[in-house]
Write a protein of this length. Sequence first.
Length: 93
Amino acid sequence: MRNIKIILFVLLVVILSMSTYGQEKEYLNKVELQKVPTEVKREVNQFKGYKVTKAAYKLENNKKVYRLEIEKGKSKHTLLVDEKGKIIGREES
C-alpha cells in the first residue's frame, strides 16, 4: 500500500511538471519595450510604479500574445496581454 502511494505521488509530480514545462519557452521572441504596441503599453501603465523588466511574445492563432514581466520593489508579476491590449492572464511571483 505504501509503495502505491509513493508511485501515485511521483506520477502526480511528473504530470504537474509536464503541464507547466515549456510555457516560458514558448515566449522565445524577445522584444524591446519600445517595439511593444501602444495598446499593450497602455494596459501595463495601469500598474502604477511598476517597471517592465522583460518582454517577449508568441504567436497564437496568428496573433501575438505578449508576456511582460513587471516589478515594483519586491513585488513581481507576469502579464499576458493580447496585441489589442487586453490582459488575458496574470501571475504573481
